[in-house]
Design a protein around this ligand. Structure first.
Ligand code: IPE
Ligand code: IPE
Ligand code: MG
Length: 250
């Protein structure tokens, strides 16, 4: 496969004024619910509602790729009943929303280690991806049972299976086998909920991404929060290793 996209470390990519790819850690559902004396799952329900909104806002602004962290490979450590509820919500969202994605020209992709999901969920994922595969307006990627370390390891293993006699993998070959090889690296990363960490999200792909952290809890995230993040992104000087003077010259 020939990748269409620049690697930020192998070449100097362009820095589009509207981020071409936004990746979001949707955090703070539990605290949102707690503040209202509601069970944590109520925060997750509200969080799913917000997803619909942010997809539309991104599509309206010309963002081509939106990647949402829905469930990390470490989230299995949560109480069993919360994990069960999160899986139920994921199933419900897939059952309800795929038609709408289709009507709006949105392609759905799911990344993560799907082997841990049951057959029903895996079929919904495969069907949803197939039904929306031809769309080009916006690619919505949902990271589910995803971990950045898992992604790098599975890429190395997939490459090794194809090249049993080679010794050294290079950057390009690794990137081609990552689960988001179909997308450019994120321009803008947003984490809601106030925490300033990556939590094993897209470790490889975030190498040169602009990071934006907001205290806004995910269920309160709206178009204004998105615009504040994009405005912050637009003020950044993306140097990719160069000096400021070099940027002015070019
Ligand atoms: C993010 O919200 C949703 C998932 C991790 C599934 P949290 O559930 O982590 O909310 P807080 O961080 O406890 O507030
Ligand atoms: C990160 O949120 C994962 C998702 C939003 C799906 P967490 O709330 O699980 O992250 P940590 O554990 O606080 O770092
Ligand atoms: Mg959290």
């Amino acid at each position: 496969m020939i990748r269409k996209f620049f690697s930020s470390t192998a070449e100097i990519p362009d820095a589009p004024p509207v981020p071409r790819h936004i990746a979001i850690i949707m955090d703070g559902n539990g605290r949102w619910a707690k503040k209202r004396l509601m069970p944590r799952v109520a925060g997750h329900v509200q969080g799913v509602e917000r997803v619909r909104n942010v997809i539309k806002s991104c599509a309206d602004r010309g963002v081509e790729f939106l990647t949402l962290f829905a469930f990390s490979s470490e989230n299995w450590r949560r109480p069993a009943d919360e994990v069960t509820k999160l899986m139920e919500l994921f199933v419900m969202a897939l059952e309800r929303e795929v038609d709408k994605l289709n009507r709006n020209g949105i392609r759905l992709r799911i990344i993560g280690d799907l082997s841990r999901f049951d057959d029903k969920l895996r079929k919904l994922i495969a069907d949803g991806e197939a039904a929306t595969a031809k769309h080009t307006r916006l690619t919505l990627t949902v990271a589910a049972n995803y971990g950045g370390r898992w992604d790098i390891m599975q890429a190395v293993n997939a490459w090794r299976a194809e090249h049993p006699h080679s010794h050294a993998i290079n950057e390009d070959a690794l990137a081609e086998h990552l689960s988001m090889a179909y997308a450019p690296e994120p321009d803008l990363f947003i984490r809601t909920g106030g925490e300033q960490r990556i939590s094993n999200f897209l470790l490889w792909q975030l190498a040169y991404t602009e990071l934006y952290f907001t205290k806004t809890l995910w269920p309160d995230f709206d178009a204004a929060t998105l615009d504040a993040a994009i405005a912050s992104y637009q003020k950044r000087e993306r140097r990719f290793g160069r000096t400021s003077e070099q940027l002015v010259q070019s």
